[in-house]
Design a protein around this ligand. Structure first.
Ligand code: ARG
Length: 593
C-alpha cells in the first residue's frame, strides 16, 4: 500500500509525463513555499530551455493540457509564472488519509524500506559502579527513539547496551569494597555509596603517594604502608583480569547492583535492549584483535613497547599499553568485529557523547585499516551536554550533577502538580499513572525535540508546559481527542463509525488532514537523518493544527449528524497518528489527563 502523499506525487509525475512535453528525468518537483496555496510544484525552467520556449508559456501549456481524473488526489493544476502548481483535492485526500489511518492503526507511518537489513544501535552504555548521569540519559533516550524509528522503517534492529564494566578502575573499586565493606542500599543510593567508597579510597591512596614524595624530597627512607593502597588496587585489577574467583565475585556483585539500579530506570523509560554484552564480554577476543591490527599494518609497536596506530592524519592512539594492558579502544575494536560476524549488519550506530567524537573517528579508521566494515556504515551520533536553565553545564566536580533516578522522580513529582491542577477528579491510582507518564514523557521529549548535537537545558517550566513545545502539550492534545471520543460515546449521538470524510472541507480540517498525511514522510526522514526531532516537530505541528480545528469546528455539536460523524472520525485519526508519533519517541499517551 502506498500512502496518500506518495500516491499524489506519483500522479503528478504521471500527469506531467502524459503531456509528452517534459521527459520523466526532467521532472524535479518542489514543495511550494508556505505562502503559496499549492502542495507540489514543477519549476519549468529546465524543460522550457530544452524546448526553446519561455518557461511561463510552457507552464501555461501544461496547465491547459492536464485534466486530473476523478480517481486521483490531484485537485487543481495552475500555472503561476514559470511554475506549474498542483493542489491536493481536499475531499479525496480526507477520504484517503482517514481510511489509511483506520486501516493501518499502530503501523500508520511505518514502512518496509529497511526490510531484510539489520542495524546495530549501541546506546545507553553506563559505567558499572557509577550512577547514570545526564550523558548516559541522553544516549539512552536518543538511542531508544532511533531503535523505534528504524524498526518502524522495517529494519531488523539490534539494541546493544555496551556497559562500561571493564578496565583498571575496577581494581580500585574492588579494593575499596574490601577495605570499607559493601554498601547496604539499593538503586541510586547504592551506586552513590560505591562512588563514595571509590573516592575515599582514591584520597587515601593519594595521601600515601604524597607522603612518599615528601620522604623523597626530605631525603628520608621511603615509608612502608600496610596495606599499600596503590599496590592493593593494582593487585585486584590483575586478579580480576586473571579470573581470580574472589575478584570476579565482587566485580559481579557490582555489575548486578548497577544493572538492577539501571533496570528500574529503563523500565520507567520503556527502554529495552536485545543485548547488554558490555566491555568485559570482549576480554577473550582482545589478544586476537591486537595481533590482527599488527599483522594488517593498521597498528605498530612503538619504541616503548606499546601498540599504537596513526591513521588518516588523526592523532596517534594506543590499543595496548606497554605493560600489556588493554584499553577502551581495544574493546571497541573487538566489538566491531564481533558485531559484524554475529549480526551481519548494514550499519552500526553509536549514540555517544560528542566528547568522544575523536575516539570514534579513530575506531572507524582502524577497523577499516584492518579490512573490516568495508561496506558497512559506521555512524557516530554525537549529542550535546545538559545544562541548567541559565546555561551552566552540570558537572560532578561542581556538585550540580543530575542523576537519572532522581531526575525522573523530580519530573514525576512536578507532573503530579500539573495533573492535580488539570484534573483533580481523577482517582488516586490514575493520578499516579498519569503523573508518571507526563513526568517521564517530559524528560524524554526534552532530549528529542531538537537536534541531538545541541545542548539541552533542564527547564521544568518549559518541559511541563501545557501550551508550548513539550511532551505535556502533545499528551494533552491526545488526551483531548480521547475525551471527545468518550463523550461522543456517552451522549447517544452518532459516532465515527461509517463516517463520510469527504464532508471535511473546512480549511482547518483540510490543514489538519494534510498534517496527518505527512507522518509517513516524517518517519523515513527521521531515520535517514538519525533525527527523532523530525518526528517531534511533526507531533508539535499536528497538535497545533488540532488545536485550531478544535477551536473552529464544533465536533459533538456539529451542524449535521453526518458532519459530526466525519469530525469524530478525524478526531480518532488524529489520536491514532499522534499516539504513533509519540510511540516513535518512546513517550506514553495516556487517554485521560
Ligand atoms: N561507557 C562509555 C562511557 O560512559 C560509553 C560507551 C559507548 N559505546 C562504545 N561502543 N564505546 O563513556
Amino acid at each position: 500500500m502506498t500512502y496518500a502523499l506518495e500516491r499524489f506525487t506519483r500522479e503528478v509525475r504521471a500527469a506531467i509525463t502524459a503531456t509528452g512535453r517534459v521527459p520523466a528525468e526532467a521532472i524535479e518537483l518542489a514543495t511550494p513555499k508556505p505562502n503559496i496555496p499549492a502542495d507540489l510544484a514543477l519549476p519549468t525552467f529546465r524543460a522550457a530551455k530544452a524546448l526553446g520556449v519561455p518557461a511561463p508559456q510552457l507552464a501555461a501549456e501544461l496547465a491547459a493540457a492536464i485534466r486530473p481524473g476523478p480517481d486521483t488526489l490531484i485537485g487543481t493544476v495552475e500555472a503561476v509564472g514559470p511554475f506549474l502548481n498542483f493542489s491536493l483535492h481536499p475531499q479525496r485526500l480526507a477520504a484517503a488519509v482517514v481510511s489509511e489511518i483506520q486501516a493501518r492503526g499502530a503501523a500508520y507511518g511505518h514502512h518496509q524500506i529497511g526490510a531484510g537489513r539489520r542495524v546495530v544501535v549501541d546506546y545507553s552504555a553506563p559505567n558499572i559502579a557509577r550512577r547514570m548521569h545526564v550523558g548516559h540519559i541522553r544516549s539512552t533516550i536518543i538511542g531508544q527513539s532511533l531503535v523505534h524509528i528504524l524498526r518502524a522503517l522495517g529494519y531488523s534492529v539490534i539494541g546493544d547496551n555496551h556497559l562500561g564494566d571493564w578496565g583498571t578502575q575496577f581494581g580500585t573499586v574492588i579494593a575499596s569494597i574490601k577495605r570499607y565493606g559493601r554498601p547496604q542500599a539499593e538503586g541510586e543510593a547504592a551506586m552513590e555509596q560505591l562512588e563514595l567508597l571509590y573516592a575515599r579510597y582514591n584520597n587515601e591512596m593519594k595521601a600515601q603517594e604524597q607522603e612518599r614524595e615528601r620522604a623523597v624530597v626530605e631525603g628520608r627512607p621511603l615509608p612502608v604502608f600496610d596495606p599499600d593502597l596503590e599496590a592493593e588496587a593494582r593487585r585486584w585489577s590483575l586478579a580480576l583480569e586473571r579470573g581470580d574467583p574472589e575478584a570476579r565475585a565482587i566485580w559481579q556483585w557490582c555489575v548486578d547492583l548497577t544493572l538492577a539500579a539501571a533496570q528500574r530506570n529503563y523500565d520507567r523509560l520503556g527502554v529495552v535492549f536485545d543485548h547488554a554484552y558490555g566491555e568485559s564480554f570482549y576480554e577473550p577476543m582482545l589478544a586476537d584483535a591486537i595481533d590482527e591490527a599488527l599483522r594488517s599494518g593498521a597498528a605498530f609497536r612503538d619504541a616503548d613497547g606499546s601498540v599504537v596506530a596513526e591513521l588518516d592524519n588523526l592523532p596517534r592512539f594506543i590499543i595496548q599499553r606497554n605493560d600489556g594492558g588493554t584499553v577502551y579502544m581495544t574493546r571497541d575494536i573487538a566489538t566491531v568485529k564481533f558485531r559484524l560476524q554475529t549480526f551481519n549488519p548494514v550499519k552500526i550506530i553509536y549514540v555517544v557523547d560528542g566528547r568522544q567524537e575523536l575516539h570514534f573517528r579513530q575506531l572507524f579508521a582502524i577497523v577499516r585499516a584492518m579490512g573490516y566494515a568495508r561496506d558497512v556504515e559506521l555512524v557516530h551520533i554525537p549529542f550535546g551536554i545538559v545544562t541548567t536553565p541559565d546555561g551552566q553545564p552540570l558537572s560532578t566536580r561542581k556538585g550540580n550533577m543530575v542523576y537519572l533516578e532522581s531526575l525522573l522522580d523530580e519530573a514525576v513529582a512536578r507532573a503530579r502538580a500539573v495533573v492535580e491542577q488539570k484534573n483533580p477528579d481523577l482517582s488516586e491510582a490514575e493520578k499516579a499513572a498519569v503523573a508518571e507518564a507526563v513526568g517521564v514523557g517530559a524528560v524524554i521529549y526534552n532530549d528529542l525535540y531538537q537536534d541531538p548535537r545541541r545542548n539541552i537545558s533542564l527547564d521544568w517550566e518549559r518541559m511541563l508546559s501545557t501550551e508550548g513545545n513539550s511532551a505535556t502539550y502533545l499528551q494533552y492534545s491526545h488526551a483531548r481527542c480521547c475525551s471527545i471520543l468518550r463523550r461522543a460515546n456517552e451522549d447517544g449521538g452518532v459516532g465515527p463509525e461509517g463516517a463520510d470524510p469527504t464532508l471535511l472541507t473546512h480549511p482547518a480540517e483540510t490543514r489538519l488532514i494534510k498534517h496527518l498525511a505527512r507522518l509517513p514522510e516524517a518517519t523515513p526522514e527521521a531515520g535517514t537523518r538519525y533525527a527523532p526531532f523530525v518526528i517531534a516537530e511533526w507531533c508539535y505541528a499536528t497538535a497545533r493544527e488540532f488545536g485550531v480545528f478544535f477551536e473552529q469546528c464544533p465536533v459533538l455539536k456539529a451542524e449535521t449528524p453526518g458532519l459530526r460523524a466525519a469530525r469524530l472520525a478525524l478526531v480518532a485519526a488524529t489520536a491514532r497518528a499522534l499516539r504513533n508519533g509519540l510511540a516513535l519517541l518512546g513517550i506514553a499517551a495516556p487517554e485521560r489527563m
